[in-house]
Ligand binder design. Structure first.
Ligand SMILES: [Zn+2]
Length: 236
């Protein structure tokens, strides 16, 4: 029934039930229950056995809840179905709330199980030095190959989960870490070598977490923008 991207179709199969039955079904879903803990572990373990605890919606916070793609308030009958559950962080889960369709009846959040996202970058960090300080602006820029539906879904996803702002709030920590990495290279190591090495580390991160992994995108932008790189290198 759920082999493909037909979640929207489920609206047409909405079951009518009494309030007590609906409450009982919702009650089955308790994130702290052992069955759900086991399910969460299964859903967050990669085929190679690596446990990925990073929220797939934001790639910023750790998984702490199970999100219902079809919200559990209007759809209690699907609240315990594994294909309707995505492990995610509490912040994303609360920002999603019962939202799931946009004004055109299209899903407004990326579903990492079924959405076919082209493996090309659309998330960018534009970095510069302004008044002696690093300045970061995050932007979405879509290359050819993205349908308008997919593009709208990704834009909604970032907007509704407040991702650009949340990344910005966490960017100073990434820059501090990067500053420490750069300054810990032995004295005399040429800049080119440092930059290549950090770029390679970022590429490895992007293999694991995707082209648009915000930390890798930010670090690459910083080391490949000479004014920002030079500022990071300076003793504080
Ligand atoms: Zn999240």
């Amino acid at each position: 029934m759920m082999a493909d991207d037909n979640l929207e179709e489920l609206r047409n199969h909405h079951l009518t039930m009494t309030k007590s039955k609906a409450d009982a079904l919702r009650g089955l879903y308790q994130y702290k229950a052992k069955k759900f803990k086991d399910l969460k572990l299964e859903l967050t373990t990669t085929p190679k056995g690596r446990i990925s605890n990073l929220c797939p919606y934001c790639q910023l916070e750790i998984v702490g809840t199970l999100d219902h793609i079809l919200p559990k308030t209007p759809f209690p009958e699907y609240s315990t179905m594994p294909w309707n559950l995505i492990p995610c962080c509490a912040t994303c889960n609360s920002k999603k709330d019962d939202d799931w369709l946009d004004e055109h009846n299209q899903r407004c959040f990326i579903n990492f199980y079924i959405d076919d996202i082209p493996p090309v970058q659309y998330f960018y960090a534009d970095v510069s030095v302004v008044n002696g300080k690093n300045d970061i602006k995050y932007n979405l820029r879509f290359p050819a190959g993205y349908t308008s539906t997919l593009r709208a879904r990704i834009e909604n996803h970032y907007k509704k989960l407040d991702l650009l702002k949340r990344y910005l709030e966490n960017s100073d920590d990434v820059l501090e870490e990067l500053r420490s990495v750069i300054r810990n290279y032995a004295h005399g190591v040429p800049d080119g070598e440092i930059i290549t090495s950090i770029n390679n580390t970022c590429k490895d991160m992007q293999v694991l977490f995707g082209e648009n992994y915000w930390k890798a995108v930010l670090e690459r932008a910083c080391v490949n923008t000479s004014a920002v790189f030079n500022l990071l290198k300076q003793p504080q």
